[in-house]
Structures are given as C-alpha cells and as structure tokens.
Design a binder for this molecule. Structure first.
Ligand SMILES: N[C@@H](CCC(=O)N[C@@H](CS)C(=O)NCC(=O)O)C(=O)O
Length: 207
C-alpha cells in the first residue's frame, strides 16, 4: 500500500505511529507530498479530491482518508497489536480522546495556515486567539483528573502524542506545559515510545 504523507503532518504521524504498532509499517510505501490549502498537491489530488494528507491507497487501489479511517483500516489488518480497544468502556474513552486531540490539531492547523498561507493584510488576530482558546481549554481538560490520559497505547493516546508533538514543533513559544504538570509528565514519558520516536518531524532549520 502507498501512503501520501508529509514528515511534518501530525495527522500523518498519527497513522504512521499506528502502522508501527499494528506491525504494518514495512508494508507501506511512503510518498512525501506537499499538502497546502492554496497550492494543492496534484499527486495527492489524483487519489483524494480534498488533496489532504494522510491519504492511503490500499493494494486493491482503494483510496482511504482521513487519518481516522486509515487508522481503522490498519487496525482491521493488524499483524501485531490493535489500537482500537474492543471493550466498550475503553473504546469510547479512546475514541473521545482521539476526537479531542484531533480538535487540538484542527485548531492548531487553522492558526498555522492563518500565519503562513494567508497574506498578512488579510489576517485576523481574533481568529487566531479564538483557535488558541480551543487548544487551551482542551489542554486544561486533559490536565484534569476526569480527562487525564492513561499510558495505554491506543488510538486516543497516539493521537494526543502527535498533537502535543505538533504544538512543540510549530508553536515553540506556547508554553503549554506551564500550569499543566501532569500532562507534561505524561508526554515526557509517552513520547519515549518507539512509535513516536520513529515518526517525529525533522527539527526545523533555523531561519
Ligand atoms: N481530518 C484530516 C485532516 C488532514 C489535514 O488537515 N492534513 C493537512 C496536513 S497536516 C493537509 O493536508 N492540509 C492541506 C489542505 O488543508 O488542503 C485527517 O484527520 O487526516
């Protein structure tokens, strides 16, 4: 199978991490793409009308997106561990954490595109602030006992690991660990997992 991805995409990182846990990483040809909301990558567009990564093309030629669907596909074809828990209680918790973490990433991507893709004279600071508010509320929830992540490896914790890694990569001035010691400690430990170490984005070069 072929995966259109970008080495800095947190959604692609999530599915690559899932491919490692499910034992399918070596079955995937990785094709580096250049996703962009304005300049669409035609190689991805050929398989996915949304031209977003990750996009997976199965051996049968079926194009799958988005990251949630690809993660389910890999889980259904696992030759190692599963990432979608089967037991109801654990399953809903993992799916809810995946949604919360994807929501952090959706807001972070909107800010990133506002800063890098939109012309300066068209930017709206309040838009960015409100997206940041979503991220802050989500992180505060994750610091609380009610939503604290476990150390189990599942679709929820993998997505959260990718999301926090993306905040460090693209928003180094946003000190999200401040006031959130439990979440910071969780990430310090969870980020040592092989599937996150192997999928980390290259460190950006200094300008
Ligand atoms: N919900 C999608 C989001 C994918 C996404 O936004 N990917 C970004 C790269 S991180 C992208 O392809 N952006 C190009 C665009 O917005 O057109 C998923 O879970 O895969």
């Amino acid at each position: 199978m072929k995966l259109y991805y970008s080495s800095t995409s947190p959604f692609a990182r999530k599915v690559l991490a899932v491919s490692i846990v499910t034992g399918l990483y070596d079955n995937i040809d990785r094709i580096e793409a250049a996703p962009h909301p304005i300049d669409r990558d035609v190689s991805v567009l050929a398989h996915n009308p949304l031209a977003k990564v990750p996009t997976l093309v199965t051996p049968e030629g079926l194009a799958l997106f988005d990251s949630r669907v690809i993660a389910e596909y890999l889980d259904a074809n696992t030759v190692a561990a599963r990432v979608f828990p089967q037991e109801d209680g654990l399953r809903w918790k993992a799916l809810a954490l995946q949604s919360l973490s994807d929501g952090i990433l959706d807001a972070a991507l909107l800010i990133r595109y506002e800063r890098t893709a939109r012309p300066e004279n068209l930017r709206w600071p309040l838009w960015q602030e409100r997206q940041f508010d979503k991220i802050v509320s989500a992180l505060d929830a994750l610091e609380s006992d009610q939503h604290a992540p476990s150390h189990a490896v599942d679709i929820g914790t993998i997505t959260l690991g990718s999301a926090l890694g993306y905040l460090d990569l693209r928003f180094p001035d946003f000190v999200w660990r401040s006031g959130r010691p439990k979440l910071g400690t969780w990430f310090e430990s969870f980020a040592r997992n092989d599937f996150l170490l192997r999928t980390a984005a290259p460190v950006p070069k200094a300008a």
